[in-house]
Design a protein around this ligand. Sequence first.
Ligand SMILES: NC(=O)c1ccc[n+]([C@@H]2O[C@H](COP(=O)([O-])OP(=O)(O)OC[C@H]3O[C@@H](n4cnc5c(N)ncnc54)[C@H](OP(=O)(O)O)[C@@H]3O)[C@@H](O)[C@H]2O)c1
Length: 259
Amino acid sequence: MSGFRRIVVSGASRGLGAAMARRLSGPGVSLLLLGRDGAALARVATACAEAGATAETFAADLAAEREAIAARILAFDDEAPCDAVIANAGLAFGTAPDGTPESWRQSALQAEVNLIGAMAVAGPLLPRFAARRAGAVLLVASVAAFRGPVDTPGYAASKAGLRVWGEALRAALSPSGVRVTVACPGFFESRMSAAWRGPRPLLMPADRAAELILRGFRRGAARVDVPLALALLLRLLDLLPPALGDRALRLFRTRIAPP
Ligand SMILES: NC(=O)c1ccc[n+]([C@@H]2O[C@H](COP(=O)([O-])OP(=O)(O)OC[C@H]3O[C@@H](n4cnc5c(N)ncnc54)[C@H](OP(=O)(O)O)[C@@H]3O)[C@@H](O)[C@H]2O)c1
């Protein structure tokens, strides 16, 4: 049991989001699971129900249907007040900085889903949480938010934006009793990371990442970096003279196979 009773989870159809939804489940817990793949969401909802939770699903695209998603989240909160929202949905392309129309399109889509999509999931509940002086927000960014890998500049930019947005929200909302946790995970096993071609240091199972991130979220941590060693390494790179940091990043190339 999480301590949370009524929770919205985006990107819940697989990977980390599905693992977190299952781990949050238990008697007395209600979940709203978001994603595009309705059949996959239904399978996760069944697993949550087997653990004693009630799980509703809403299949919609965060790049194209943000207003409908926000309305569904507010309707869920109208039925009974939510106490937590998890903005986890994300996608990754290996957008090299080559300036082609395709690379621009991919960078824009990553920003739309990973950053604006997260705002659309968490944002509608923020004024309600502040009015109630209660509520917890978890934003799933990435270690790429600290220092962008050379082969994924668009992805890194979307995650850096999400991290900074979350940190500003946290500073603004903590006096109102709203907790904001920014998670910056490294590599864990999922469909997304299976497409990465290159080293995946300290790779962990998605369920282990879910366990560690939720542990921090439950205790109201401001920041959850897992594994800490990888996050510290990338933060350290940012403190080096830029040419040295750039050289280190070039040694550590990761390509992403087309979806
Ligand atoms: N895997 C890693 O090593 C790693 C490392 C650092 C950070 N992260 C971050 O962790 C989060 C979860 O990643 P994951 O590895 O679990 O990825 P995943 O297995 O690929 O799952 C991504 C989830 O996001 C949803 N999603 C993607 N595009 C969407 C869209 N346009 N509209 C609505 N939902 C959409 C997917 O649902 P549908 O397909 O059903 O739409 C799916 O549920 C992401 O934000 C990712 O950037 C992952």
